[in-house]
Write a protein that binds this ligand. Structure first.
Ligand SMILES: Nc1ncnc2c1ncn2[C@@H]1O[C@H](COP(=O)(O)OP(=O)(O)O)[C@@H](O)[C@H]1O
Ligand SMILES: [Mg+2]
Length: 356
């Protein structure tokens, strides 16, 4: 069993900097969990504490039923894949993959069998005799993964493994990692700063900021019910539009615009309205407002239209075929069943009781 539990985990570096603060998370056996957040938010630090490469300043780490705080890295039954592939340059692909097994005195015949099996899974069979310098970036990354897989660990830790690859290869490798997870039936913890990568890979995503968990939930829940403005703005491309509004009863007002929220339960007089671009429709509707088209950005089938709506910026998504004819003043309808509302002071989601 390779469930993990992180309970009140803290990391204070020697210089006094607190990189991770009160991190609480239970990870299930075979789950694919992604840590995501901007650079410097403590993702790698957390992963390295799980790996045993960094000491835990406070709190408890369990893998299965065993407390791991003081267990050496080599005895944690985990494998880690880094952004830098860290292959041995003078060794062939075969030897790079086999190296860890040699160290552990696994019989030669068994090593051979395992290396061939792993190279079949990762499509490295043709490359086994090559040295790393004769490999592409994607191939090197596959070798690095092969080296991790061959040990058959219960937990895989991956720290931005695709960051050095070009965009197309990244998408391809992403799919391979998802396949690998299904095939290996192991627990995966994957670190990335790329929210798209997180959304496509994770069963569950842990969004971090400044060493603190902002929200840990399924991709769907993060997208549809962000707990705060940070998560709302970080998850989803293009980013959610935020509009400062005044609240009068059930009506949200800004500039010369207003919308009536479905069920509103807020004491505050002001709040931040959050709207995703797919919930903004340039169309006549009973509840419409008017906006001015400021820019149209074509992205293939979809275009993103920047609107000045009541002197604040609102992004709308629409078919490119329609968007190319759009300019000047347009009617705008915001789908009130999809809006988000946040406390202006602390950014926390507030006040909307959503209908079915
Ligand atoms: N050895 C260290 N000593 C002091 N501060 C560190 C050390 N390693 C990392 N940090 C700081 O801890 C924070 C988190 O780093 P890290 O976990 O690498 O972030 P991420 O992986 O999310 O980009 C950063 O502000 C970084 O500068
Ligand atoms: Mg990092």
């Amino acid at each position: 069993m390779a469930s993990l539990e992180l309970s009140g985990i803290n990391k204070t570096y020697d210089n006094g900097f607190v990189a991770v603060r009160d991190f609480n998370l239970a990870i299930q056996d075979k789950e694919f969990v992604v840590f995501v957040g901007p650079s410097g938010c403590g993702k790698s630090t957390t992963l390295r504490m799980i790996a045993g490469l960094e000491s835990i300043s406070a709190g408890e780490l369990y893998i299965g039923d065993e407390k791991m705080n003081d267990v050496p890295s080599a005895d944690r039954d985990i494998a880690m894949v880094f952004q830098s592939y860290a292959l041995y340059p003078h060794m062939t692909v075969y030897d790079n993959i086999a190296f860890g097994l040699h160290l552990r005195k696994v019989p030669k015949a068994e090593i051979r069998k395992k290396v061939f099996e792993v190279s079949r899974i990762l499509e490295l069979e043709e490359l086994l005799e090559r040295k790393p310098k004769a490999l592409s970036g994607g191939q090197k990354q596959r070798v690095a993964m092969g080296r991790a897989i061959v040990r058959e660990p219960k937990v895989f830790l991956m720290d931005e493994p695709l960051s050095n690859l070009d965009a197309k290869l990244r998408v391809q490798m992403r799919a391979e990692i998802a396949k690998l997870h299904k095939r290996l039936q192991a627990t995966f913890i994957y670190v990335t700063h790329d929210q798209t990568e997180a959304m496509t890979l994770g069963d569950r995503i842990v969004v971090m900021k400044d060493g603190v968990i902002m929200q840990a939930d399924t991709p769907e829940n993060l997208y549809n019910s962000p707990a705060n403005m940070f998560v709302a703005g970080f998850i989803g491309t293009p980013a959610m539009s935020f509009i400062d509004v005044e609240i009068q009863g059930n009506t949200l007002k800004w500039g010369d615009c207003e919308i009536v929220a479905p069920i509103l339960n807020v004491n505050a007089r002001v709040a931040v309205l959050g709207v995703r671009c797919e919930d903004v429709h340039i169309t006549n509707n009973m509840n419409q407002n008017y906006a001015t088209v400021e820019a149209v950005e074509m992205h293939g089938a979809d275009s993103f239209v920047t609107l000045n709506c009541g002197q604040q910026m609102l992004l709308a998504r629409m078919d490119s075929s329609r968007a190319k004819n759009i300019s000047g003043q347009v009617p705008v309808y915001i789908d009130i069943n999809k809006i988000h509302l946040f406390d202006k002071e602390n950014g926390k989601a507030i006040g909307l009781t959503k209908g079915e």
